[in-house]
Design a binder for this molecule. Structure first.
Ligand code: IMP
Ligand code: MG
Length: 224
């Protein structure tokens, strides 16, 4: 298993698997019949996926315009506030356009629901969604992505643009950061200096701990 920043990574999807799936997604998107296509990559997490997917779109004969939007959502304490904020807008007028929103992960769906609503409010003719990953059973409201790369279990994943506190984005694969037994034990000893260190590490990494559900209980401060 690869080691980065002293941490062991369990690869879920390697570079070849992702590249092959991107080709299929591009064919699927071409067949969906978008007209006058404007691709909007949601920063920051989707930048690697978007860079590969737009080139795959070229390979299947599409010639979209490409733009970027930055959205942030926050957790207040340990519970997701669900508030999404626009921090960088697109330059294009989207009215009458077919828009394809690209994001890294569909989880609660709040980020993408916000972006889709915004595009429709501005008069987009059609808004499609392409995501690399979907974590099923996590939607805060009914929401559908038309083009999904892979379904993933409810684990915090990194790589291929996705991060913990801006680290691990450079990985050419999607992976889970493994907890070492020592780290687990240290984090679990209540009141210990090690626990305080672990809590600090998590806070500095932008990760807050929820309950005592182990790794599945760690939730990122979201920055799509
Ligand atoms: P949603 O608004 O809950 O659907 O959250 C989607 C955003 O949360 C994604 O665009 C990611 O930026 C972030 N996110 C959710 N799960 C993960 C993860 O496992 N790793 C890294 N980022 C994640
Ligand atoms: Mg994202």
């Amino acid at each position: 298993m690869p080691k980065v920043r002293g941490r062991t990574l369990r690869v879920l999807f390697d570079a070849e698997t992702i590249a092959a799936r991107n080709k299929e997604l591009a064919k699927e998107i071409a067949a969906a019949g978008y007209r006058d296509l404007l691709v909007v990559s949601i920063l920051k997490g989707s930048f690697v996926f978007a860079a590969d997917l737009i080139r795959a779109l070229h390979d299947v004969g599409l010639a979209p315009e490409v733009e970027f939007i930055s959205l942030s959502s926050y957790n207040s304490g340990t519970v997701s506030s669900g508030k999404v904020r626009l921090t960088r807008d697109v330059d294009n007028d989207v009215s009458g356009r077919d828009v394809l929103l690209i994001d890294d992960i569909l989880e609660s769906g709040r980020t993408l629901a916000f972006a889709k609503k915004l595009m429709l409010k501005r008069g987009a003719r059609r808004v499609g969604i392409a995501v690399l990953l979907e974590k099923p059973g996590k939607l805060a409201q009914p929401f559908k992505a038309e083009h999904v790369g892979f379904i993933v279990p409810d684990l915090f994943v990194v790589g291929y643009g996705m991060d913990v506190a801006h680290a691990f984005r450079e990985l050419p694969f999607v992976a889970v950061v493994e907890e070492t037994p020592a780290r687990k034990a240290r984090a679990g000893a209540p009141g210990s200096r090690a626990q305080a260190r672990a809590t600090r590490w998590l806070r500095d990494a932008g990760v807050s701990r929820r309950g005592s559900r182990g790794r599945a209980g760690y939730r990122s401060r979201r920055e799509p």
